[in-house]
Structures are given as structure tokens and as C-alpha cells.
Design a protein around this ligand. Structure first.
Ligand code: ZN
Ligand code: ZN
Length: 367
């Protein structure tokens, strides 16, 4: 049937399912083509063995496009063969092992840096993890990916920094140069990490649950169902950060007012946490006397904290209630109420907890 692909055979009478192999460079790759009921090739599903999938990695778009434009299965199979040939050829070129001087040079480099500064090196000597302690005693792990052209080309540095890091590199550079550059960047970020470490230690950070070293945002609990999210500038960590309050209006509005009135009290000499306390005139609840469950930030409808990636950011404004809800949960709830009404993107109804009026403004923002 398919003269050009003798290894691909129809599996049913309608000619909808083909199963078999595509062979290239004396290698056979298993695949199965399933046509839709209208037998339109462009809607066909191609199931590949994992070897074929791996070989075509990065070429999926091209394959898809060829599938759209091929007049019939035979010509598609010819196109697929060409794509596969190119993909395999390119993969071979990438896998050329480095020359012996690569290892020579690298081992010499590591020796002059000191093996004790390495926390890991893989068997191919292509991935190295450096361990660097900053002057506040925080340990940082930096992954270097070297390619076969080292030291003519700079290694890729994977860092967990809140700022971009690009290594300055010449063919004469060495691991010691990278180490120096990394140490300098770590030092420049010391005050940022000091400030955030203090917040992580002395307040209740609700989000992120496990902050990485690159995370600039913290949502800090202020009280039951009230929190402030700060976004700290890594270059100016003791300046007033952006603050977003979350909670019932009667609690949050006075905090916003305090922030406006007291802004002149902000003193970069005093550190981030102390300034937040001074300006907002509050003490943040601390980990020593409260449990995380004391803040009960869970949604009052689904009883969960996370819904997809959303957090319960809709709050009942009644002073005695203050119950938070997910926007999606509250929307479903209010829509189901016979007494609720909608005007443009605002829904008016009653709080599921206290039955006081509640309004929900629908936003399409992704959170
Ligand atoms: Zn919910
Ligand atoms: Zn309520």
C-alpha cells in the first residue's frame, strides 16, 4: 500500500490506523498514525515511540506543519523522514565529546580554585556546582554548565539571585574569575537578603511558603484575614517597598492611611522590618506566639487555600466577619443565589457566612 514506507501497514479496513516503523540510518523508529473519521490527514494523530519522540525533540512544530500541508500519507512520511534525518544529524554533532585539552584545562582550573569550593561535579565534567558563603554566613549553590568549547566560551551560570547575572568572560578566564564575580554579586545583595531573612524569621510569611533566594515578594500576616504583600527592590532593600494590603476594608483602609501619613518616618538606616512597624504603627504577629492556622486564610466556600494558583483574595467587609473567599468560589456562590444581581462586572449578593451584603468585582487578572 505505502510503497515508500513498506514498514507502515494499515491496521483496519477503513484505512484509519497505520502502525509500523520509519527506518533511517539502519535504525527503526516505531510509530502509529491515526486518521480521524473524515480521513483528513491534517487532523491525524501521530503516536511516536519514546525513541522517536526523543529524536524529534525540538522539531514537533515542523512535523505538525508538514502534517498540515502534506497532500497524503505517503508524502507526509517522506517529509517526516527528511525531518528525522536532519534532527539525527544535528543531534550527532552536538554529542561530539570535548577534546582532551578540555579536561586538562578544567582540572587545572579546579585545582587552582580549590576542590573544597566544589560541592558537586558530574562524571563528564560538564556540570559543576560551586559552594559560596556570603559574609552573613548564607551558603549559596551555583550550577555551572560547561560546553566542549570551554574555556573559549563562558559556562552557563544558574544562580538563584533576584537580579540578572551575566558572567564577564574571555578565553583567558578561569573558574576563579567566575568565583570572584559571583562573590562580588553576593556581597552586593547582602543587605537585601539580610532584610528578607529578618522578615522570614520574625514575622509570619504566608507566601511564598518556601522563599527562594531570588524571591523579592513576601505576603506577611498582620492579623486574622489581614496581610500585606511587599515587593522589595533587591538593589534598594531598605527603601519603602511597594505594599499591597489584603483584607476587609475597615481594617485595610486605616493601614493605607497610616502608610500615607507616616511615610516621612521611613528611615533607610533602620532596616526594612523596623520601618514597616514604625510607619504602619503595628507589631507583626510573630512565630513564637501564633500558629499559621491562627490566621485562617482559607476560603470560606471550598475550605482550601489554593485554588489552581489563586489565593482567597475576596474578603467580606463586615467588621465582625471578614471571611476570605476565592474569587471563583464566591462568583459561583453568588450566581446561585436567587437574590443576587449583576451589573456589568460587579455582582451584588450576600456573604455566605454572615449574610451581610457583599460585592464581587470580577477581574480577569491572572494571579
Ligand atoms: Zn474557594
Ligand atoms: Zn461576611
Amino acid at each position: 500500500m505505502l510503497r515508500q514506507c513498506p514498514l507502515l501497514l494499515p491496521q483496519d479496513l477503513q484505512g484509519r490506523v497505520y502502525d509500523g516503523f520509519i527506518s533511517i540510518q539502519e535504525k527503526d523508529f516505531r510509530l502509529r498514525v491515526i486518521l480521524p473519521t473524515d480521513l483528513q490527514l491534517r487532523n491525524a494523530k501521530i503516536q511516536c515511540s519514546w525513541q522517536l519522540k526523543k529524536a524529534l525533540q525540538g522539531y514537533q512544530q515542523i512535523v505538525k506543519q508538514r502534517l498540515q500541508h502534506s497532500p497524503n500519507l505517503v508524502s507526509f512520511m517522506m517529509e517526516l523522514k527528511t525531518v528525522l534525518e536532519v534532527a539525527l544529524k544535528n543531534a550527532n554533532e552536538l554529542q561530539t565529546p570535548p577534546a582532551p585539552q578540555y579536561y586538562c584545562c578544567l582540572v587545572k582550573d579546579i585545582e587552582s580554585l580549590g576542590w573544597d569550593k566544589l560541592s558537586f561535579v558530574d562524571t563528564e565534567f560538564s556540570t559543576i556546582k560551586l559552594k559560596i558563603e556570603d559574609s552573613s554566613g548564607r551558603e549559596h549553590l551555583i550550577t555551572l554548565k560547561l560546553n566542549a568549547k570551554y574555556p573559549n566560551e563562558a559556562p552557563d551560570c544558574c544562580v538563584d539571585f533576584p537580579v540578572p547575572f551575566a558572567v564577564t568572560w574571555t578565553p583567558q578566564s578561569s573558574l576563579q574569575n567566575i568565583h570572584n564575580q559571583l562573590s562580588a554579586t553576593l556581597e552586593s545583595l547582602k543587605h537585601f537578603w539580610d532584610a528578607l531573612d529578618e522578615i522570614d524569621e520574625k514575622t509570619w510569611v504566608l507566601e511564598p511558603e518556601k522563599p527562594t533566594r531570588s524571591a523579592t515578594i513576601r505576603r506577611i500576616a498582620i492579623g486574622n484575614n489581614v496581610s500585606v504583600t511587599i515587593d522589595v527592590d533587591p538593589r534598594h532593600p531598605t527603601m519603602l517597598p511597594e505594599c499591597y494590603f489584603l483584607g476587609a476594608e475597615h481594617v485595610v483602609n486605616p493601614l493605607r492611611d497610616k502608610l500615607n501619613y507616616n511615610i516621612h518616618l521611613w528611615d533607610p538606616e533602620n532596616g526594612l522590618l523596623q520601618n514597616l512597624k514604625d510607619v504602619l504603627e503595628i507589631e507583626f504577629p510573630s512565630r513564637s506566639n501564633l500558629e499559621k492556622s491562627d490566621f485562617s486564610m482559607d476560603c470560606g466556600i471550598c475550605y482550601a487555600y489554593r485554588l489552581d494558583s489563586a489565593i482567597p483574595d475576596q474578603v467580606c467587609d463586615d467588621p465582625r466577619c471578614g471571611q476570605p473567599f476565592h474569587q471563583a468560589c464566591l462568583y459561583e456562590w453568588l450566581r446561585g443565589l436567587p437574590s443576587s444581581r449583576q451589573s456589568f462586572n460587579i455582582i451584588y449578593g450576600e456573604c455566605p457566612y454572615c449574610s451581610k451584603p457583599i460585592t464581587l468585582k470580577m477581574s480577569n487578572k491572572k494571579s
